[in-house]
Design a protein around this ligand. Structure first.
Ligand code: PUT
Length: 292
């Protein structure tokens, strides 16, 4: 199949494609899990593509990495143990490192080649691996979570690719149950949750599973990422029963954390106002998600 046919026929956004001008191919390879491509674009910096799908660009990665990390970590008073599922580029680790209260940062990424390639071509993200609190586990997240001590984590961040290929299991109920088991009472999950324009049914299914699994709050939030399909991506924010969590307004505001706005590099996208705004849903989304 030509790449053109492949890009236009992705079942997650049939017939749609977004283009970026390629200046130079920097890397092309295949791991046991996926095809990996890195290119230099003319307007968005270096771009990471897995199985034909843009995962990040240097220009707009901040809108994803900062939101997926600080929405959960700024919603609980003093996060200590944090787990990242996926996230082999290191961007979420870079963001977690802004939180001085954090003592343990575990990351479970299935694909060692993604980590190695990002270390070569995305140093501003892979810098996250240099934090001494980070413990890398290369392997399957479902197995990792099954073996994790019950109630270990204050927060789990699922930075997965789309649920076709290696991330398929990460939208299914058993996965969310293993996450709930690994969280402390009142612990929180932030899970990549696709586009409100393209994936209503998937989001509804994930919401139903999460409302059954997490007895604390469950909310959908979103951010703008121009190089993701439809230009937006959402997050499912879930709290386990225990001390109450109010995701809608940050209890642990980033602006009050010493050094957090500048650590490693300046924060570009997230702030407390955009945190609150992320939970404000368009009327059609509110209607579609509230009834599920
Ligand atoms: N890590 C998020 C990637 C989403 C790509 N559609």
């Amino acid at each position: 199949k030509s790449n053109k046919v492949r890009y236009f026929n992705n079942p997650m956004w049939p017939g749609e494609a977004h283009s970026l001008k390629v200046e130079k191919i920097l890397y092309q390879g295949k791991s046991p899990y996926q095809e990996i491509l890195v290119f230099e674009s003319s307007t968005y910096g270096n771009v990471l593509v897995l199985d034909g799908i843009v995962q990040l660009t240097e220009k707009d990665e901040c809108a994803y990495q900062e939101m997926v990390t600080h929405l959960p970590l700024c919603s609980i008073p003093s996060p200590k143990n944090v787990l990242v599922v996926g996230g082999g580029d290191g961007g979420v680790l870079r963001e977690i490192a802004r939180h001085a209260s954090v003592e343990i940062i575990d990351i479970c990424e299935i694909d060692q080649l993604v980590i190695d390639v990002c270390k070569d071509f995305f140093p501003q993200l892979s810098v996250g691996f240099k934090d001494p609190r980070v413990q890398l586990h290369v392997g399957d997240a479902v197995d990792f979570l099954r073996n994790a001590p019950e109630g270990k984590y204050d927060a789990i961040i699922v930075d997965s690719s789309d649920p076709i290929g290696p991330a398929q299991e990460l939208v299914e109920k058993p996965f969310f149950q293993t996450i709930a088991r690994a969280l402390k009472p009142g612990g929180v999950l932030c899970n990549q949750a696709e586009s409100m324009w393209l994936h209503t049914h998937l989001i509804q299914d994930m919401l139903s599973i999460c409302r059954e699994t997490f007895k604390g709050a469950v909310h959908y939030a979103w951010t703008s990422v121009p190089t993701y399909p439809s230009g937006v991506i959402g997050f499912l924010l879930c709290a386990k029963e225990g001390p109450a969590v109010n995701f809608l307004s940050p209890v642990n505001p980033i602006e009050k954390l010493e050094g957090a706005m500048e650590a490693r590099r300046e924060i570009r996208f997230y702030n407390s106002e955009i945190h609150r705004a992320a939970f404000v849903l368009p009327t059609f989304v509110r209607r579609e998600l509230e009834t599920h």
